[in-house]
Design a protein around this ligand. Structure first.
Ligand code: TRP
Length: 333
């Protein structure tokens, strides 16, 4: 192998992929593929920590793969696979469970948040979600994990567990680093712009799905919540400006221009004009991806081939780590 470093990341197929996922994650992944060996997975095992409709989960898993491809991730030089196709994830997660403390897991913001939202189903999988995620990353000896800000706590726990394990058994795991995207990291809800744009938001007007029709996208942007001040200005940390801040971030991310540059164009102009332009820019950004996506999703044989090939490579790489771990802890291998 050459000396390129390894990047690992993944998305849960738990809802429609949003503009936030594209700008905050996948777009960044596309640019990483030149400099790193990239492994991108569909995290179906994480998804069932919250009840899913089986047929939808199956459909969405392949939709994510098609979207990765449509966005420009190259299947020849990177590995794309479905998490449940590689049993090593569950196997390593079990071992790591025995090296993770209850207290560490209890502190996780996502656990507290999800258990309050799904009070009727606070299952053990939801609690140990970060351990499975640590296994995902450590199996491939990943150096970098590009994720959104909300996932940094998971990266921290992964590092802590890996370091704890290494301290006992020697250098088994590479200690990974989280990689925050420079732009597009914080795409917020269009209806409540102090909250992250989420694919599981009950209000579909709050997010732009990559599967939305172009006219729906435009409408959603035009009805985004703003403020009554009428000034197009970026004010970091000012919650009353959260809506405009968000639209400026979106505009900047889809056009590749700096926020300052965009702000200059709108001196003295109204929100109506601005929203119209943002809507147009977003539609122009998504349209070609969508066309490519529609072509790829129709080709089930191609998708199956990619995830089979991906799973084989994933199993091959992770087997080395798992064997080493089993040997270290004292299993007969
Ligand atoms: N928890 C991540 C999210 O919700 C998804 C995920 C699971 C992941 N395993 C991962 C991301 C490993 C990066 C690396 O976005």
């Amino acid at each position: 192998m050459d000396d390129k470093k390894i990047v690992f990341s993944g998305i849960q197929p738990s809802g429609n992929l949003t503009l936030g996922n594209y700008l905050g994650a996948i777009k960044n992944w596309v640019s990483l593929q030149e400099d790193y060996h990239c492994i991108y997975a569909m995290m179906d095992m994480h998804t069932i920590t919250v009840r899913q409709t089986p047929a939808e989960l199956r459909r969405r898993t392949l939709e994510i793969l098609a979207l990765y491809l449509a966005c420009g991730i190259d299947a020849e030089n990177n590995i794309m696979f479905i998490q449940s196709h590689n049993p090593a994830h569950a196997e390593l997660a079990w071992v790591l469970n025995c090296y993770t403390y209850m207290g560490e897991l209890q502190r996780m913001t996502q656990f507290k948040d999800k258990s309050s939202r799904h009070a009727e189903n606070i299952n053990a999988g939801l609690f140990t979600y970060p351990v499975l995620m640590a296994a995902d990353i450590l199996l491939y000896q990943a150096d970098y994990v590009p994720v959104g800000k909300d996932q940094m706590q998971h990266i921290e726990i992964c590092r802590d567990v890996a370091q704890r394990f290494n301290a006992i058994y020697g250098d088994v795991f590479t200690i990974p680093e989280g990689l925050l995207p420079k732009v597009g990291a914080n795409i917020m809800s269009l209806q409540n712009p102090v909250k992250k744009m989420s694919k599981s938001d009950p209000n579909p007007k709050a997010y732009i799905s990559m599967m939305d029709d172009m006219n729906v996208i435009a409408k959603k942007i035009k009805s985004a919540v703003t403020d009554s001040e009428g000034v197009i200005e970026y004010r970091e940390g000012d919650d009353t400006k959260a809506g405009i801040n968000n639209l400026l971030s979106i505009m900047s991310a889809v056009t590749g221009r700096s926020i300052d540059d965009v702000v200059k164009d709108y001196a003295g102009k109204g929100y109506g004009d601005f929203k119209g332009d943002v809507a147009e820019a977003v539609v122009e950004c998504i349209r070609p991806i969508r066309a490519e996506y529609d072509r790829i999703i129709a080709d089930k044989a191609y998708l199956t081939e990619i995830c089979q090939k991906g799973a084989e490579s994933a199993r091959r790489i992770s087997e080395r780590t798992l064997k080493k771990v089993y040997k270290k802890v004292g299993f007969v291998v």
